[in-house]
Design a protein around this ligand. Sequence first.
Ligand code: DGL
Length: 274
Amino acid sequence: MTDSRPVGIFDSGVGGLTVARSIIDLLPGESIRYVGDTARCPYGPRPFDEVRGFATEIVDWLHGQDVKLVIAACNTATAAAVVNDPVPFPVKVIGVIEPSVRAALARTHTGSIGVIGTEGTINSGVYERLLHDMAGERPLTVTSQASPEFVTFAEQGRTNDAEVLSVARNVLAPLIAAQVDTLILGCTHYPLLTGMIGHVMGPDVALISSAEMTARAVFSYMVTHDLLAPEHTDVQRAFYTTGDTGSFISLAQRFLGPRINRADVDHMATQERA
Ligand code: DGL
């Protein structure tokens, strides 16, 4: 059995594009409907009731677009509407938190795990709770740090300037002091700053991207539930923003990965072998 309907993905803005990109990498034959709620971004400082309302509105809209499942590509929306007080959505919704928790537990050697995310996600304690629940008896130290500044930088397309470096040093200082060996990027905007976060944390700290882990979980879900699109489906990817379309397009092009055009490709002649 196959299912040619598109996969729905939503986030408060461009952060969920990191999930969309991983989905495109793993499932290139799938059509996508992406919603970036840039007009109401950031979700992080908002009360969970409000975020739950936004998630309900967007999932209902995607359901109306006949998607086969929805990925809540936003940790804040996942914490508010999928994990803490689940909304009875009309379509299957997969969140981004559990896949990262599993990956972090599989990766850590020392049991010292760091989590960074929005104020909403960190203050809800959702990661700490799930990490401890899923670790069982295993000793674990979890150090959490809200870092809303990274969301602003990502939405502005800033990933590597001097201010980003200085903020990253400040924000990540408690995690370095706690000697975490694994750091969960608990906000889908953060993989856009992987270079800077990895640079500040150092090469021995494993970074867990909720985007990549979620894409793997979605892949497995679709295989086990016979939801993959049939071969040779006409793949259509559509992106919607509640904010300004122009700035969304330029950021989306940058973060989804630039295309290679005919004009960029040339032939290189090599010496013939004897
Ligand atoms: N990308 C989002 C997350 O994963 C939210 C960022 C925000 O809107 O504050 O939590």
